[in-house]
Design a protein around this ligand. Structure first.
Ligand SMILES: Nc1nc2c(ncn2[C@@H]2O[C@H](COP(=O)(O)OP(=O)(O)OP(=O)(O)O)[C@@H](O)[C@H]2O)c(=O)[nH]1
Ligand SMILES: [Mg+2]
Length: 290
């Protein structure tokens, strides 16, 4: 844990730079679209943005909603709506919620258009920027909003390096920006959640530690899903014992018949991330008081 804290210390300088860039870009746009990961709606949000956005509409996309628990997603939408945001759930990869997003962009930018009209000026394309932590689906959202594949996607943090404007068919100009990291990253639980959803690389939060934390979380919160997925009659109470049980069930054995625990950990993580154990949200909306 202390090692992780040390490594996390490395990020603030990085963050300050990203923050300045976003501040400058925010001046160019009418609305902000912040992409969250619906599995961690609190940890994947950047609290600094709130002040930076000012009066501009701030859309919060609970993306990857297909992997999150539906009841939790509903609770988060309600909470964020009551906090004054424009929240919406999406599954950008499956192109679900995109029509709703287009409607929300139009709706939230109406006051801006009305102000233009009041000054005798014509309606113009809405300018928006998409921000979010690494791997939350920013490029996929942009692709879903544009007729042709316009932004490069990839399932590892930090794929988008450059910056580009993307024109859409619905009178919207989008600015694609690189993902930014949560400044309260120094909080262990936040770092763990971000690591599980694939926003923090293994060099910052060692894989075996993330897998152990995830195993502990599943043992406490979803024992039934574990027993169903891996055909376990009893659920172990320790992560290492759980990896052994999973490894044995899946035949992950070395030549001497010893369970390959590390491979079992990789399997659990991959299957969790792929939604094979079910749909889970790591954070509860009513715990979100800051
Ligand atoms: N299941 C699911 N996967 C998604 C969804 N949206 C995006 N993905 C996947 O998540 C991965 C990351 O998506 P990207 O669009 O590249 O994410 P990004 O935020 O642009 O990532 P960086 O540019 O690296 O910061 C890809 O494998 C996508 O296919 C979604 O709604 N549901
Ligand atoms: Mg990207």
């Amino acid at each position: 844990m202390s090692k992780i804290h040390q490594q996390i210390q490395w990020y603030p300088g990085h963050m300050v730079k990203a923050k300045r860039a976003i501040e400058a870009e925010l001046r160019l746009v009418d609305i902000l679209i912040e992409v969250l990961d619906a599995r961690a709606p609190k940890s994947s949000r950047n609290p600094d943005l709130e002040k930076m956005v000012g009066e501009k509409p701030h859309i919060l996309l609970l993306n990857k909603a297909d992997l999150a628990d539906e009841v939790s997603t509903k609770a988060w939408l309600k909470r964020y709506r009551s906090d004054g945001y424009w929240p919406l759930k999406t599954n950008a990869a499956g192109k679900l919620g995109i029509k709703e997003l287009e409607a929300l962009i139009k709706q939230s930018s109406m006051p801006m258009q009305k102000r233009l009209a009041a000054r005798g000026r014509a309606m113009r394309d809405v300018r928006a920027m998409i921000v979010g932590i690494p791997n939350c689906g920013k490029s996929t959202v942009i692709n879903a909003l544009t007729p042709r594949a316009a932004a490069v996607t990839g399932n590892k943090p930090g794929v988008t390096k450059g910056r580009q404007w993307v024109k859409t068919a619905i009178g919207l100009d989008l600015l694609d920006t690189p993902g930014i990291l949560w400044p309260r990253f120094a909080d262990y639980q936040t770092a763990f959640h971000l690591a599980v959803i694939g926003s923090i690389s293994d060099t910052v939060f060692p894989f075996h530690q993330v897998a152990s934390e995830l195993a502990a979380w599943l043992i406490a919160n979803a024992p039934l899903a574990l027993s169903q997925r891996y055909g376990l009659k009893e659920i172990e109470t320790e992560p290492q014992a759980l990896f052994e049980a999973i490894g044995r069930r899946r035949g992950l054995l070395s030549a001497g018949g010893v369970v390959r625990v590390d491979d079992a950990a990789v399997l659990l993580m991959r299957e969790f991330r792929g939604g094979m154990l079910g749909r889970f949200t790591l954070e509860k909306a009513d715990d979100a008081n800051e």
